[in-house]
Design a protein around this ligand. Structure first.
Ligand code: NMX
Ligand code: MLT
Length: 434
């Protein structure tokens, strides 16, 4: 058994006992009430899920196993001569609840490198799609094609005891995480570099190798990828990609089926696709205004025009957060450190000064502050990754770390099939004599 799986096996039994004891003592206690508004309002604020890997505080932002992003930037191992946290580290933290040292992170890296070979039929499936197919569609098709490799599906067919479900799920999750960068890079090079593919470099870390396969040898861009892959990895359990993965996984669908479901959710413009929409919106504004750095007044007019057309301002607002997203702040700091005079950074910064006040003035937007997607595209554009349709694939590769860790934990804890109840407006009206 590999050492990471051994480590997980040691933790699992204690956690199962902890949860069982807790449920025995407190299972019948109440954690909240449900308002009618919440049934019609996307279940906002309704506590309904368990997610051990991270927790989102509306005022403070995300904490991964209790650690904020600045704390992780300090505590997680970095690449030699690098500064940003390695995604291998946050994966280990989310999986085990413990901070890894350099040696552990190197072992996770090597483990993924060993598992990273993508079978040739997956590339054939991608190649069969028209090259103008949106990268997220190609990504999901590739994930589904990879499903031929599912250890869980094989084990289930042979017959496996419930208590062992987590083991082949662990294998599937690790294999999938290891292979996603190659799949994503293949789609990118196929679409934007005439199919001139770049072989992986097994000596590199997971994110550094991903940057290399995309075609970026620049160390600063590799550092950006390490930061990007770390901060996009998880956002507690209720966001669309995490919840969709969990929901589909609860039917004992394997990691490939479940993760593909999550990625279909991430591809929506109110969720992960917002990162491409942000850049599209900024470039359209710049074009319309004739280029250069727009004034605050020009930006305000453009924002109002967008709102008057009945559209949202991409990259702003959040279903849970009520402050500037710390993932936005981390990316802003990266820009300040590496590209303080970048044209697009100056525009993004100015948008930050203008948009919240206008959104607040509408009186209905609960969070006028920028979210993670308001900044990521600018950083990618700076290094020449200008093909913004591809941005959500990067988000998806990163999100695999959190949602697949949760799938492993869900199997280990024997989480049942998800099946909430529903009602009708008529029945509700009868209940309240309305
Ligand atoms: N621009 C314009 N209107 C907005 C915005 C925005 N950025 N954010 C919220 N609103 C509107 C929203 O459409 C709703 O209008 P109406 O009542 O007419 O339907 C009203 O304000 C109340 O919405 P909230 O309760 O504040 O937001 P909700 O929790 O429903 O939705 C988002 C959250 C993130 C979907 C929403 O803020 C949004 O559409 N933002 C822009 C898209 C975006 O950036 N998404 C990325 C989220 C992060 N991610 O990566 O997933
Ligand atoms: C996410 O990272 O999943 C987004 O911020 C959306 C969310 O948390 O609802």
């Amino acid at each position: 058994m590999d050492r990471l799986k051994e480590k997980f096996a040691l933790i699992v039994d204690d956690k199962i006992t902890e949860v069982k004891d807790f449920l025995k003592d407190h299972g019948d206690e109440t954690v909240g009430e449900i308002k009618v508004n919440q049934l019609y309002g996307g279940m906002r604020g309704m506590l309904a899920l368990i997610c051990e890997t991270s927790k989102l505080d509306p005022e403070e932002g995300i904490r991964f196993r209790g650690y904020s992003i600045p704390e992780l930037q300090e505590k997680l191992p970095a690449y030699p001569e690098g500064k940003e946290p390695l995604p291998e580290g946050i994966f280990y933290l989310m999986l085990t609840g413990e901070l890894p040292d350099d040696d552990i992170v190197r072992r996770v890296s090597n483990n993924w490198a060993r598992r990273s070979i993508v079978p040739p039929h997956v590339f054939k499936v991608i190649d069969a799609l028209p090259s103008y197919t949106h990268p997220m569609t190609q990504f999901v098709a590739g994930i589904m094609a990879l499903r031929t490799e599912s250890e869980f599906a094989k084990a289930y067919r042979k017959g496996i005891s419930k208590k062992d479900y987590w083991d082949p799920t662990f294998e599937d999750a690790m294999n999938l995480i290891a292979r996603l960068p190659r799949l994503a890079a293949y789609i990118y090079r196929r679409m934007y570099h005439n199919g001139d593919h770049i072989e992986p470099d097994p000596k590199l870390d997971w994110a550094g190798n991903f940057a290399h396969m995309l075609g970026y040898e620049n160390n600063e861009f590799r550092e950006l990828m390490r930061l990007y892959m770390t901060i996009h990895s998880d956002h507690e359990g209720g966001n669309v990609s995490a919840h969709a993965t969990h929901l589909v996984g609860s039917a004992l669908s394997d990691a490939y089926l479940s993760f593909a479901a999550g990625m279909n959710g991430l591809a929506g413009p109110l969720h992960g696709l917002a990162n491409q929409e942000v850049i599209r919106w900024i470039l359209a504004m710049r074009d319309e205004l004739g280029g250069g750095l727009p004034s605050k007044e020009q930006i305000a007019n453009y924002v109002k025009k967008t709102l008057n057309e009945g559209k949202v301002i991409p990259g702003f607002g959040h279903a849970v957060l009520r402050k500037t997203d710390p993932r936005y702040t981390a990316q802003r700091e990266f820009a300040q450190n590496h590209m303080p005079h970048d044209d697009l950074f100056l525009i993004v910064d100015r948008i930050y000064e203008v948009v919240p006040e206008i959104l607040s003035s509408l009186g209905k937007v609960k969070n006028p502050w920028p979210n993670v997607d308001a900044h990521s595209g600018q950083l990618l554009m700076h290094y020449g990754l200008t093909q913004y349709d591809f941005y959500t694939v990067l988000f998806g590769v990163s999100r695999s770390l959190g949602v697949l860790t949760n799938l492993i934990w869900g199997r280990a804890l024997g989480m049942p099939i998800e099946r909430p109840g529903s009602t009708t407006t008529n029945l509700l009206k009868e209940k309240f004599n309305a």
